[in-house]
Write a protein that binds this ligand. Structure first.
Ligand SMILES: Cc1cc2nc3c(=O)[nH]c(=O)nc-3n(C[C@@H](O)[C@H](O)[C@H](O)COP(=O)(O)OP(=O)(O)OC[C@H]3O[C@@H](n4cnc5c(N)ncnc54)[C@H](O)[C@@H]3O)c2cc1C
Ligand code: FES
Length: 280
């Protein structure tokens, strides 16, 4: 059993939880993930390690409430226990040798981009962060990113925070202004990572993407996270989740994730009381 030490609502759809898990905290690195089960009969879901405290022995997860399991998870409170919490899994994000990096996060992907940006900053790397959200009410971790970034840009699709545009707009402006990055690291929706990669290819800047959104069981057995990288077939949970963004076949990956949409909607409808009331 793994106790929830702290629960914080970051925005109406995103929740942060700090979990007591000393053994995972001891080994965790940015880029890695855990698998959890809310209860004995629950589905296993992968969530990325958003932060860790080796001394206190805890691990932070930040999740978006999109399907049945994240809804169930969100109903738990401080003091409650998770049935399983396994990790750290996946490969850590490589930061060796980097001097100047642009970290680009989108939506809930910002939670995963944050520990990477923090590690880079701790290692003395110049970090330019670009984080994007649909509107100002969905912004989270802005203060935390600001603390560890040499430059920060918070973009909203609708401009409700004053900076209207996609993350790619801010990145293009930086590249056009002559900023030279050793690497761009981008984490967020597949479509966002696709367009970031298409942009950086034109400027010939190495780009690392995190293929977490395509994972299902995280064990290398379900095949759900199969992704074509160059001419090779890779599994995000075993070979990744980080890959060269210029080599990833995003269109195939996007098509694959859409296969699960109907199933998720059905699972959501079965568990959502508001929906049941609506159909009655
Ligand atoms: C590493 C990782 C871990 C994840 N973990 C979880 C989890 O724990 N729980 C969970 O429920 N889900 C998780 N997801 C899924 C999640 O990222 C979904 O993709 C998420 O719902 C997207 O957030 P959003 O709706 O705010 O994004 P969107 O509103 O779709 O986009 C967010 C930002 O991306 C940029 N963007 C969008 N489209 C484009 C485009 N065409 N071109 C350029 N920029 C664009 C914009 O700046 C926008 O503000 C995870 C995803 C990743 C990458
Ligand atoms: S998530 Fe199932 S094989 Fe990788």
């Amino acid at each position: 059993m793994y106790k929830i030490i702290k629960k914080e609502i970051l925005n109406p759809a995103v929740t942060k939880m700090v979990i007591d898990a000393p053994l995972i905290a001891k080994k965790a690195e940015p880029g890695q993930f855990i698998m959890l089960r809310v209860d004995e009969n629950g589905e296993r879901i992968p969530l990325t390690i958003a932060d860790y405290d080796r001394e206190k022995g805890n691990v932070t997860i930040i999740f978006q409430i999109v399907g049945a399991t994240t809804e169930k998870l969100n109903r738990l409170n401080e003091g409650d226990n998770l049935h399983d919490f396994v990790g750290p899994l996946g490969k850590k994000t490589e930061t060796e040798g980097l001097k100047k990096v642009a970290v680009v996060g989108g939506g809930v992907g910002c939670a995963i981009a944050f520990p990477v940006a923090k590690k880079l900053h701790d290692e003395g790397v110049e970090v330019h962060s670009i984080i994007g959200f649909r509107n100002k009410d969905l912004i989270f971790l802005e203060k935390e990113f600001a603390e560890i970034s040499d430059k920060i840009f918070v973009m909203t699709d609708d401009g409700s925070n004053g900076s209207k545009g996609l993350v790619t707009d801010a990145l293009k402006e930086l590249l056009d202004s002559g900023e030279k990055y050793d690497e761009v690291i981008t984490i967020g929706p597949l479509v966002m990572m696709k367009f970031v990669s298409l942009l950086t290819k034109k400027y010939n800047v190495k780009t690392v993407v995190s293929m977490n959104p395509v994972m299902v069981d995280g064990t290398g057995m379900c095949g759900g996270c199969r992704v074509k990288v160059g001419n090779e077939t890779k599994f995000a949970c075993v070979d990744g989740p980080d890959f060269d963004g210029h080599q990833v076949d995003f269109d195939e990956a996007i098509a694959r994730t859409q296969m699960y949409q109907q199933f998720e909607r059905k699972a959501h409808e079965d568990t959502c009381n508001l929906y049941k009331m609506e159909v009655k």
